[in-house]
Design a protein. Structure first.
Length: 338
């Protein structure tokens, strides 16, 4: 397929101090963008309000909602969408910024009713994933969300869990290939989960896609040259997203931290600003060079992004916030369309 079909265009949708933050979650539900959590000052969650705006043709109008029964303020959580709702698991918060232990509960936000619900496991005596932050999450788009890896009280994780939303049951699936990591990314496409990137405590991970086949309950790995020419460089605190482009299922990864700071969360490392698309069936990467009439988003990590599903034609991407190379939290929201 000719690469120029995948060029893409960046459009700035919003730029507001209210949305200044990193380590937040963002989910797109139909044509509504939902943003929650994050920090402006290190280790200080912003609040527990949810910010919502529409992608419909009129200018995006940001609404900030302070709602009862909302999750406690948190950073480094992860979200996924099932049946018109955003689901959120754990994160880091409280006075000591510990992983938030909620005994396997999952939070659900419904933009149609502007309400939160806390969903407890049906049988709380059964195993559930331990609290964590800087994990990742995706969904099968039908009934289940998946939670993977991240940072518990000490060290890092490599576990994979499935939560059935209607049954309210957790199932532990086989661990992903080593090493354990935080700041990794996972996406669901065609009955499989695709895991990439992350930080193992010493180095950024790259050069491979770990694939979990849900039907066979097993992992496999595909490798590629993560040299920035044949494939994306190693990175963490970025995203991997499932997109439908040119009538084919692909993965898109972009931005992230390539060389972490020795000061950890207190200082920014080397941030990336590249955009890569992977053809799942043909197993090749191509780097995109999107058009940019509004300029391009600054390099960043610790941001979030999600897919705007198209009923026909190409999907697009919403990207928000994060941490720039000057250690400033970013305020902007961008659309990458194809």
């Amino acid at each position: 397929m000719p690469i120029h079909f995948l060029k893409g265009t960046w459009t700035r949708l919003l730029d507001t101090e209210r949305l200044k933050r990193s380590s937040q979650v963002l989910s797109v539900i139909d044509q509504t963008v939902c943003i929650f959590g994050g920090e402006v000052q290190p280790r200080q969650p912003v609040d527990n309000k949810v910010d919502v705006f529409s992608l419909k043709p009129d200018t995006p109008n940001l609404e900030t909602k302070s709602l009862s029964e909302a999750p406690s303020p948190r950073v480094g959580s992860a979200s996924a969408v099932v049946n018109g709702k955003m689901y959120l698991f754990s994160g880091r918060g409280g006075t000591d910024m510990a992983a938030i232990e909620e005994d396997g509960a999952v939070w659900s936000f419904d933009p149609a009713t502007s309400s939160w619900s806390s969903i407890n496991p049906a049988d709380q005596s059964k195993p559930y994933p331990p609290a964590r932050s800087y994990h990742c999450s995706t969904s099968d788009g039908k009934s289940s969300i998946f939670v993977h890896a991240g940072c518990p009280a000490k060290g890092r994780l490599s576990d994979l869990w499935k939560f059935d939303v209607s049954e309210r049951t957790w199932t532990q699936l086989p661990d992903a290939p080593a090493p354990h990591r935080g700041g990794t990314s996972i996406a669901h496409s065609g009955g499989k989960l695709y895991r990439m990137n992350g930080f193992d405590g010493n180095t950024e991970q790259g050069g491979s896609i770990d694939i979990f086949d849900i039907a066979s309950n097993s992992w496999s790995t595909e490798t590629f040259k993560g040299d920035g020419n044949d494939g994306p460089e190693a990175r963490s605190v970025c995203v991997v997203l499932p997109v439908r482009l040119a009538k084919k299922d692909k993965l898109l990864t972009l931005f992230g931290e390539h060389d972490p700071s020795s000061l950890g969360h207190a200082r920014a490392g080397k941030m990336l600003s590249d955009v890569w698309v992977y053809d799942i069936s043909e197993k090749w990467w191509t780097q995109l060079q999107p058009n940019a009439p509004d300029g391009v988003p600054d390099p960043r990590g610790w941001f979030d992004a999600d897919v705007v599903k198209a009923s026909s034609g190409n999907d697009s991407i919403i990207l928000h916030g994060g941490l720039g190379e000057n250690n400033e939290r970013l305020t902007d929201v961008w659309l990458l369309s194809f």
